[in-house]
Design a protein around this ligand. Structure first.
Ligand SMILES: Cc1ncc(COP(=O)(O)O)c(C=O)c1O
Length: 396
């Protein structure tokens, strides 16, 4: 059955609002599409874009191609390790001693958790804490994948390692420490993976972004390959070479030096991922708010709803009214903390107590607002499954 307003309204009849849900038919379709796109590389799941262990398991169970998780904090990696997950890459540097020591405990229990580093200071902190313990800490080197053009930093500000000579210094430094082993390389091309290039109403800007993305990808892919080749030549084979994200899969998989790509957002496919020329995943995750008043004709005011996404301020961070088709936020109020007026002039006779369905701009952040995700399968409501928040976990 086609997922339209009546379909979802009937499926959730009687459920108290607000609630968040995942349409498993669409979620499973996205998993299949992603596997097909990735070809023969492994896929590391970006857990921050799911924040629900049941759904992480569901993806891992589909194919052995899903191998390992990319975590957003060390605390998350430790928590997941305690639940039986393994091969956990912490995608950003960890500097707090307690967080690092918690990872060490898991290493001592035989878990594989890779800590991210791009500065000698990261290595120094980790090695000092590891001194005297019988462990070797697996490290992943983060390389900068941004491009610099006159007047434009095209990419994100993350790693200090933006050329082969800096990578050489770093790799050689890792060899000075008895307690550290460089096991992986990650290069995340955010300006390609996380920047929509087919945004409605910005024709010329889209063309410019696509031009820059093509140019940048050529350049940063060459940088990544050069660094990977030199490093493996110097220290031997790595456990993995990671790159990409949902928005760059098609380009990233072409690079032979990579063993795996990261994908997270593509499974729920929030609104920021509607804006790419190369792909279109299905809107699998959404939330419902309840109409509680109707102040004038065509305005239906709902309870709650103001879940705005992080990042540079902009309209693209607002939730999108998903269903009924044609409904939208109002210019004056947009998405509110406790009240969200929805403008609708369509043919559905909306009443108090009816739902309005919205989609979040980002994938995992939706889960910070709800304790559970309701699961829908072939029009039937299954039981809810806990989000990280529902399990009492709040990492960032
Ligand atoms: C290091 C890194 N890799 C990959 C990704 C891609 O994740 P997603 O597929 O959810 O966009 C991200 C997203 O922020 C990231 O920070």
């Amino acid at each position: 059955m086609r997922a339209n307003y009546d379909y979802y309204k009937a499926a959730f009849e009687g459920v108290e609002m607000p609630f968040a849900f995942v349409d498993l038919d669409l979620f499973d379709k996205n998993i299949k599409d992603i596997v097909q796109r990735v070809g023969d590389k492994s896929i590391r799941i970006a857990t921050k874009s799911l924040r629900c262990t049941t759904l992480i398991h569901r993806i891992l169970d589909v194919s052995p191609q899903f191998k390992g998780l990319m975590c957003f904090t060390a605390a998350e990696a430790v928590w997941l390790a305690k639940q039986g997950f393994d091969d956990l890459l912490v995608a950003y540097p960890t500097v707090h001693p307690k967080s690092i020591q918690a990872v060490f405990q898991q290493l001592q229990l035989g878990k594989k958790i890779y800590l991210m580093a791009d500065k000698l200071e990261h290595l120094e902190r980790i090695s000092q804490l590891a001194e005297g313990l019988q462990i070797t800490v697996p490290i992943c080197m983060d390389i900068d994948m941004s491009s610099r053009y006159p007047g434009l930093h095209f990419g994100v500000h993350r790693s200090t390692i933006n050329c082969l000579s800096k990578a050489k210094l770093f790799v050689e430094a890792t060899q000075q420490y008895r307690t550290i082993k460089l096991c992986g390389i990650m290069g995340y091309e955010a300006q390609i993976a996380g920047l929509g290039n087919n945004v409605k109403g910005q024709g010329i800007k889209n063309t410019l972004i696509r031009f820059l993305q093509k140019k940048s990808m050529r350049e940063v892919a060459a940088r990544r390959q050069e660094i990977v080749a030199w490093t493996q030549n110097r220290i031997g084979p790595l456990d993995f070479v990671n790159g990409g994200g949902t928005g760059s899969v098609d380009q990233t998989v072409l690079e032979s030096s990579l063993t795996e790509v990261t994908v997270g957002s593509g499974f729920y496919s929030p609104t920021l991922f509607d804006n790419y020329q190369q792909f279109c995943y299905a809107p699998a995750a959404a939330y419902a708010i309840e109409i509680v008043r109707q102040p004038t004709d065509h305005i239906y005011t709902c309870m709650g709803g103001g879940y705005v996404a992080s990042g540079a301020l902009g309209r693209d961070k607002l939730p999108l009214v998903h269903l009924p088709y044609g409904a939208k936020l109002t210019e004056n109020e947009m998405a509110g903390e406790v009240q969200t007026p929805i403008q609708y002039k369509g043919s559905i006779d909306l009443q108090l107590g009816d739902p309005i369905f919205l989609r979040h701009a980002k994938a995992g952040e939706l889960c910070e607002r709800f304790n559970e995700l309701l699961l829908l399968h072939k029009g039937k409501l299954l039981s809810g499954v806990p989000t990280y928040r529902g399990e009492g976990q709040c990492f960032l």
